[in-house]
Design a protein around this ligand. Structure first.
Ligand code: ZN
Length: 269
């Protein structure tokens, strides 16, 4: 589901700083708001933190050093996430009230705030207008096209895929797995409407493209399989075609799958 107030806020922030083309300059936005960006060299397990410095009455965002971090785009996402805590009014009020924010769980970081900051980050890094324009020309995108969009906007593969899944009218879903275990499942509105709300699985199933990547570490490209919904949704009634494209997220052990369930007229008996 699209979070309209957060999309609008991200649009306003980009517009105020003339960030209408790719990639969005987070430095320009931070500088314009008087926020200091401070990179931390030793950053294992650290994603980012924003603090309000009472004496200077200004904000500072600590983030991993992009030159040492395994994934620069991930650092951009973290900075954009912290900017979310700054630009979303209730989050900022908490910061000014002296509750510091850390990306690790606890403190003010309840789940709802984290989800909002993530939505803001994704919306800031890839404008909705761009995706809407893309989807007007053709209603769906392949995983290769989504990854290219992520590269163009210097946004992670994961957040580019979430942006696509949020905006497409197609029935599809993103699945993230780590060493074969499912860690995230996000269906499109259409997929939810068709009943694909959960997969009901804890591990990537046999026959899936994700499992093929785990079983063969020499596969470095997009893996594609044409299967049916029985593979990923074994507990649902009915069966229809399902195309899965899967891609290794660097050397993190994570695999991203895009499941596409074609339109009704193609449905199997
Ligand atoms: Zn956070």
């Amino acid at each position: 589901m699209i979070n309209c107030p957060i999309e609008k806020l991200a649009d306003e922030v980009r517009a105020s700083y003339g960030q209408t083309s790719s990639p969005v300059s987070l430095d320009t936005i931070a500088e314009g708001e008087g926020i200091s960006l401070v990179s931390i060299e030793k950053c294992e397990g650290f994603h980012g933190r924003i603090e309000f410095l009472r004496e200077a009455a200004s904000f500072v965002i600590y983030h991993p050093d992009p030159n040492n971090a395994p994934n620069r785009k991930r650092v951009r996402f973290s900075i954009a996430h912290e900017l979310g805590h700054y630009f979303i009014e209730p989050h900022r009020e908490l910061l000014v009230a002296g509750k510091s924010h850390n990306s690790t769980p606890g403190f003010i970081c309840d789940n709802e705030l984290e989800v909002e900051a993530d939505e803001f980050a994704a919306a800031l890094l890839i404008p909705r207008a761009h995706i809407e324009q893309r989807l007007q020309r053709r209603s769906f995108m392949t995983l290769a096209e989504i990854l290219k969009m992520g590269d163009d906007w210097q946004s992670s593969a994961r957040s580019a895929t979430i942006r696509y899944v949020r905006y497409t009218g197609e029935a599809c879903a993103m699945v993230i797995s780590k060493q074969g275990k499912l860690t995230k499942y996000i269906p499109s509105d259409e997929a939810e409407a068709l009943g694909f709300r959960f997969t009901g699985l804890k591990v990537a199933p046999q026959g899936s493209a994700a499992i093929q990547l785990y079983n063969d570490s020499s596969k470095r490209n997009i893996e594609q399989v044409h299967i049916t919904t029985k593979t990923w949704f074994p507990y649902l009634n009915g069966e229809r075609d399902l195309d899965e494209e899967a891609f290794r997220l660097g050397d993190t052990g994570y695999v991203l799958s895009l499941l596409s369930m074609p339109a009704e007229e193609d449905e199997r008996d």
